[in-house]
Each structure stands twice: as structure tokens, then as C-alpha cells.
Write a protein that binds this ligand. Structure first.
Ligand SMILES: [Zn+2]
Length: 205
């Protein structure tokens, strides 16, 4: 969006970002890339502040009230609300990558299953090779911890997609559409890997 640095322009950008997060949250739900109250998402605004989903909500019915503004360290501007329990993942991602503006964290079923089986998510199909970028699988760390955020931050230095063992996926991008598509494609790659394995094939990277 072409816009100046005025307060009015910043507010318009904020409103656009909120709309995008709401829309993608619903799409993630519809594609079953998140279930229940799992998953969280965020964007970084021009002034460095973050907009992220708050704790305990479902992405299925996101509203503007569920998306809270925090500082760069994940501290909410309103003390009455809590950010997602995985806020450290989002903070670590933006600190590690100054080229990104969106972080999507999901729990896609086949990605999670595959993370129990292998440290490599195969991209051995034409579709995956053409469209899915690298997915780095990280070792298990407890959710909501600095250890998990550190592990993911290390991986984000080498890739835009990180699959956390027994947990889920983190996709980062400068574009929310791209982050969504990478999430969707990673799940499809994991689904194909899973059924290939059941059929007796050994997926390769
Ligand atoms: Zn999670």
C-alpha cells in the first residue's frame, strides 16, 4: 500500500493487516490446518510493533478484538489481555528475520505425524519441488518456552518453513498469502509422504 507516515495512514495499514489476519485465520481453519483453539498468527507493523492473536481463541471465528497489539518483545499495549502462549515464537521470528512481516503457526495433522517419523520432510514430488520451499524439522522442545523459540529462530536463518517435532509448523513471509500457501503446501507434502510410506515407497528429499 502506498501511504505516508501519518497516524491516519498507520491506522489504515493496521486495519488492513487485521482484516488479512482474520481472513487467513478462517481459511486455515477451513483447510483443517488448525483445529480447536490451536494455532496463532501475527504481523509486524511499520513501527515495529506486532499484531498477534490473543491467548485461548480459535482462529475459526477471529475478530478484531482477538488481535492485540504488542511491542517488539510481545508485551501487550493493554495489560488486560494476554497474547498467544506461543508469543515467543513470533517475537523470535521477527528478531531473526527483518525481511518478514507475517508469521503463521499451525498444527497440520500430517505435518505433525511426519515430524514423529523423520527429521526430513520430503519434497520429492513435482508439485512440492516447484512450489514448496525448504522445511526444516527441529527437535522437540516444550511449547511456549524460550528453548522452542531459540530452536526455531536458528532454523529460520536457513528456511522460511519450520516443522517442530510433535508440535506443528511455523511459516514466515513478507506476504500473508505466501505464508498461507507454504503452510498448505507443506501439509500436502506431508500427506503425500505419509501415504507413500503406507504404500511401501520410501520418500526421498
Ligand atoms: Zn503450537
Amino acid at each position: 500500500m502506498r501511504c505516508g507516515a501519518s497516524y491516519a495512514c498507520a491506522f489504515v495499514k493496521y486495519r488492513v493487516a487485521v482484516r488479512e489476519l482474520i481472513d487467513v485465520g478462517r481459511e486455515l481453519w477451513k483447510r483443517r490446518l488448525v483445529t480447536g483453539s490451536s494455532g496463532n498468527l501475527s504481523t509486524r507493523l511499520d513501527d515495529g510493533s506486532l499484531v498477534m492473536s490473543r491467548a485461548g481463541i480459535s482462529l475459526r471465528n477471529l475478530s478484531a478484538a482477538d488481535l492485540i497489539v504488542t511491542d517488539e518483545a510481545g508485551k501487550p499495549s493493554d495489560d488486560e489481555v494476554r497474547p498467544t502462549s506461543e508469543y515467543q515464537l513470533h517475537v523470535a521470528a521477527y528478531r531473526t528475520r527483518d525481511d518478514i512481516n507475517f508469521v503463521l503457526h499451525t498444527h497440520p495433522t500430517f505435518c505433525v505425524v511426519w515430524s514423529k517419523l523423520s527429521s526430513i520432510l520430503p519434497r520429492d514430488t513435482v508439485g512440492a519441488r516447484e512450489t514448496l520451499r525448504d522445511v526444516i524439522v527441529t527437535r522437540y522442545q516444550p511449547p511456549g518456552t524460550a528453548a522452542l523459540a531459540d530452536e526455531v529462530a536458528m532454523a529460520l536463518k536457513r528456511a522460511d518453513n519450520v516443522l517442530m517435532e510433535r508440535h506443528g509448523l511455523l511459516a514466515v513471509s513478507s506476504s500473508i498469502e505466501d505464508a498461507f500457501l507454504q503452510t498448505d503446501l507443506a501439509e500436502e507434502a506431508a500427506r503425500i509422504a505419509h501415504f507413500s510410506r503406507l504404500a511401501g515407497f520410501t520418500p526421498t528429499d
